[in-house]
Design a protein around this ligand. Structure first.
Ligand code: ADP
Length: 174
């Protein structure tokens, strides 16, 4: 009752008791998704370098128990993303995966879909669905010293699992 009252779904009046306050549980969920920010639920990103071999990338995938690896260039800026299927595709070919660097097979900037820490979880979920990807790097734009180029620093990740975990939390309280 207390949670439903706090959420605005029920209201309480003396001698009247609890009554429906007009706000649906769906409204409550929608509000929560739009109120929760990416920075509140982001996870730790697993980052590799462009010159990491495909073999080492596969090993990293298993050791870190993740499905997506984020790739940075020598300056530490986001340069690409490697997914499970990117690695499978090259692994079933005839190339020597000890020699091929992930820089060759990754999806490259500027085609990477990113989110910022201040974006809402709803915006992140929409990007995941629209672009049909499993994970988004959470980035901040940093001004680079030498050339003055702007580049993205990866500070986290939002995955389908992060969003599912939020739904589990919502399920517990509603
Ligand atoms: P998989 O298909 O391996 O299960 P995804 O659906 O996440 O994983 O990846 C599909 C394709 O999209 C892959 O080629 C991958 O490199 C690319 N990709 C994954 N995440 C992103 C992203 N955030 N931005 C752009 N491309 C991505």
């Amino acid at each position: 009752m207390a949670i439903l009252t706090m959420a605005g779904i029920l209201d309480a009046r003396p001698r009247v008791g609890y009554f429906y306050a007009g706000k649906s549980i769906l409204n409550f969920v929608a509000e929560h998704l739009r109120k929760t920010k990416v920075k509140d639920i982001k996870g730790l990103p697993v980052i590799i370098q462009e010159n990491t071999s495909v073999y080492d990338a596969v090993v990293t995938l298993f050791l870190e128990d993740v499905g997506t690896l984020f790739v940075t260039n020598e300056k530490g800026g986001l340069s690409g993303v490697v997914s499970r299927k990117d690695l499978l595709k090259i692994a079933i070919g005839n190339m020597d995966i000890h020699k091929v660097p992930v820089g060759i097979i990754m999806t490259r900037m500027p085609n990477i879909i990113t989110v910022s820490p201040e974006d809402t979880v709803y915006e992140a979920a929409v990007k995941i669905v629209e672009h049909e990807v499993d994970a988004l790097p959470v980035v901040v734009q940093v001004k680079e010293d030498k050339e003055g180029d702007l580049f993205y620093k990866v500070i986290g990740k939002i995955t389908k699992t992060s969003i599912t975990k939020l739904f589990v939390e919502l399920g517990k309280t509603t």
